[in-house]
Ligand binder design. Sequence first.
Ligand code: TXA
Ligand code: MG
Length: 336
Amino acid sequence: MSGRPDPGGVAAAVAADADAIARAVEVLGAGGLLGLPTETVYGLAADASNPAAIARMFAAKGRPADHPVIVHLASAAQLDDWARDIPDVARRLAAAFWPGPLTLILKRAPHVLNAVTGGQDTVGLRVPSHPVAHAVLAAFGGGVAAPSANKFGRVSATTAAHVREEFGAAVDLVLDGGASQVGIESTIVACDLGGVRVLRPGRITRDMLATVADFDDRGSTAVPRVSGSLEKHYAPRHRVAMLPASELAQAIACHAGNVAVLSRKRPAGKNLRHWAAAIDAEGFAHSLYATLREMDCAGCDLLLVETPPVGAAWEAVHDRLRRAVAGSGAASDEAR
Ligand code: TXA
Ligand code: MG
């Protein structure tokens, strides 16, 4: 094993060599919980066919039982094992964007556990591109349920260290696959209601999807439940506000305590710690969650984020920031 000794009951992250991947498969087979690196964010992974393992996963996350989780597969060839009545458009999307940061919502195959689907008639499926996730999925062979490896409502984990901090001994093994490249969760596209709709924006943008599929965003009363679509989500513990660059200095001056600021240029003010914002959407998304975690632990009681540019490429970043603002701070804990 390449893993470091466990310092105190907390699962150490192990470099994802062949031994570690074999151990990860054992953990999944034994109904355990695995910290799994993917290209989007780290997942808290469990055998999607094992009800006890899924129950443990929900308990560790503190997630309500009626929120469905995504099933991860090694290859699109397994689609028909997990879904039924698959429309052509879903197959085209899978061919174009898998392996990669896209989740398809499809009608579920009969064997898929209610605990996985939140009792709905649909299942979310994704084939990740991260080589470690792929190696684990290919060696395991079955479906792996994996929500983002964060406590419900909190900021997602993009490093193995985040997963350890978040779950400690509640996770049996954390594979270290480096910092997640994309940095925000997959784009979710519903293909179960005729036509396709984006339920959660991500790195695969509407423009990219439109090269393969016509999609209809007029909405529907039958919108499936998506916890990432709750208005309060991805939230740091301290209050977060989003402001244009021109208003940052005044907001800092008006605040009595220390302020953590994420902006392109360092604003004026003495009571601040500054993080430089990436100028491109991909770079911003890549470091967003890790930066929010650092800002939250920097001894500042207010987090200010300069409003990013608008445009298709920035849609997912705006989506996550808006929810982080809505869910942040002590006041919203009562509502969570
Ligand atoms: O990038 C990702 O998607 C990451 C990595 C680990 O793959 N996973 C992730 O899982 O973000 P989670 O559970 O944090 O968010 C998945 C979202 C949830 O909001 C859930 O409600 C939605 O997918 N979802 C899963 N199955 C669904 C279904 N059958 N119908 C509608 N929404 C579904
Ligand atoms: Mg999540």
